[in-house]
Design a protein around this ligand. Structure first.
Ligand SMILES: [Zn+2]
Length: 494
């Protein structure tokens, strides 16, 4: 009698709490989700490689899943786009508006105004493993594990992608996790290891004498080769670690973007109006393709450690094309994406409707289909995780991506499954990030200079000689299809 009175009291309390909007948030039944991001991956490069059998892991996903274009922001800037992918919000809402904030420092996670997938998943008691994602430093306290990259302001001219820093606090959650990363970083930085990976992009040492400009392009790329390899190793170590059973895995890799900025003219020399030495074309023409092959290897290794029943999403934040066609760019860049060419999205798994967009990519028949927008990714991930979407997200029902790529049964079960906003009660955004100690900048510069052991001069990377400047944003060319990039027609003038 007493016991039953007690339990009905407990039930009554629970009902009361949930009626009051208490902390009774639980996710519906779901399968694990793996979201892998490759910066700047472009179908015009990837599709022919897939058909040639050079990206077997992405091909296998498309064969059992769906694929298409993922439309993006203009101008397409990595910190902005990847934060939109993680939040389902536009930059004006999530607040990460560029590489550097108005004070000239890199944007940090504390400046984000809206919750990201890892925060929302935590609210619903789900475990996230997030590695290498843009603007996640300082690592937030989440239910799960976060390894956050950092890129110093002075690294601007060299390569913007972040990496693991020896002297920087708060790169991991839990904080103590950092000690486990140190041996991984040291192993990757051991010369043989990096050399082996780097040699898969271009010959090291180069098979022809290179000018200073070309040496610099190679050195700048190696920084990202190293960062990607470190983050892959971290993901693999975490997947094997006791207690790690993520509902959501998010991992970001940047090399496809870095290589495409620097080596496009060697892949497509005919697009440029200036002469490119034939021996340089011969040396580097396959560098971009090789970075895509590496991305595919990374994808295969991440998926090998993931549960077999996971729903998998692979996406990029934007596509790519030849740029600076008339004369050589002073930094040697020859590919870009500021005008927001659409990126890629591939989905596969038990809750994914298969077949969409498949033939165009696998058989080269017809044109590649439009799948959705970067803002659709977060609500689609939440739907797959059995978590309600937020009605304040750009595509609160998952937009075109959900319609085209989620199984009908899941879409029907999720109809109307949303909340007004996930951001109520979220901590207030900081106006500027935490100060980074000078030793961190020195360590970053040392790490860059160490690339010298490969016989490559990375150039001037000294923070003190480079006052932080806001990265210039070039006006995108006028695009008649601009409306396509703007699902709600509220694109700001940029
Ligand atoms: Zn880029």
């Amino acid at each position: 009698m007493v016991r039953s009175l007690g339990s009905s009291l407990v039930v009554g309390l629970a009902v009361l709490l949930s009626a009051c909007g208490g902390d009774e948030k639980t996710a519906r039944d779901h399968r694990p989700v793996v979201l892998v991001g490759f910066d700047g991956m472009e179908w015009r490069v990837a599709a022919p490689l897939i058909r040639a059998g050079r990206m077997p892991h992405l091909k296998a996903l498309i064969e059992r899943g769906s694929a298409g274009y993922l439309y993006t922001e203009k101008p397409a800037l990595s910190p902005v786009c990847w934060t939109s992918i993680a939040t389902g919000m536009r930059k004006g809402e999530h607040g990460i508006e560029n590489f550097l904030d108005p004070t000239g420092n890199p944007y940090t996670s504390s400046q984000r105004r809206t919750k990201a997938l890892w925060n929302i998943a935590s609210d619903y008691g789900l475990q996230t493993l997030c590695v290498g994602w843009w603007v996640t430093w300082p690592a937030e306290e989440i239910a799960g594990f976060m390894v956050a990259p950092y890129s110093t302001a002075g690294q601007n001219a060299f390569n913007w992608k972040g990496s693991v820093r020896k002297d920087l606090p708060d790169q991991t959650w839990p904080r103590a996790l950092f000690d486990e990363l140190v041996p991984i970083v040291e192993d990757v930085r051991a010369s043989d290891r990096l050399k082996t990976v780097a040699s898969s992009y271009f010959a090291i040492p180069a098979s022809i004498p290179l000018g200073d400009a070309e040496k610099k392009l190679v050195a700048q790329t190696l920084w990202s080769v190293e960062a990607d390899e470190i983050y892959l190793r971290v993901v693999q170590a975490m997947q094997r670690r006791e207690g790690v059973k993520p509902d959501l895995t998010m991992a970001y890799f940047g090399c496809t973007d870095v290589v495409s900025h620097r080596f496009w003219r060697y892949m497509e020399p005919g697009a440029f109006k200036y002469a490119i030495p034939a021996e340089h074309v011969a040396e580097f023409k396959d560098a971009i393709a090789k970075s895509y092959e590496q991305a595919d290897r990374i994808l295969g290794e991440v998926l090998a450690g993931a549960p077999a029943d996971a729903n998998v999403i692979v996406c990029s934040d934007h596509g790519f094309h030849a740029e600076f066609l008339d004369q050589p760019h002073p930094e040697g860049l020859s590919g870009h994406h500021l005008d927001g060419p659409p990126g890629i999205v591939v989905m596969a798994g038990p809750d994914v409707a298969p077949g969409f967009g498949k033939d165009a990519i696998l058989e080269g028949r017809g044109s590649i289909e439009d799948a959705g927008f970067i803002y659709d990714v977060a609500p689609v991930v939440l739907t797959l995780l059995g978590v309600p979407t937020g009605r304040d997200m750009q595509s609160y029902d998952g937009g075109p991506l959900a319609k085209r790529m989620l199984q009908k049964a899941l879409r029907e079960a999720s109809r109307g499954y949303n909340v007004r906003s996930h951001d109520e009660g979220f901590r207030k955004a900081a106006t500027s990030g935490p100060r980074v100690d000078a030793s961190v900048v020195e360590d970053a510069n040392r790490a860059l200079q160490q690339l010298g052991y490969l016989g490559i001069d990375p150039g001037d990377t000294d923070e003190r000689t480079r006052p932080p400047t806001k990265k210039p944003v070039v006006d995108p060319p006028k695009d008649p299809a601009a409306g396509q990039n703007d699902p709600k027609g509220k694109n700001e003038k940029e």
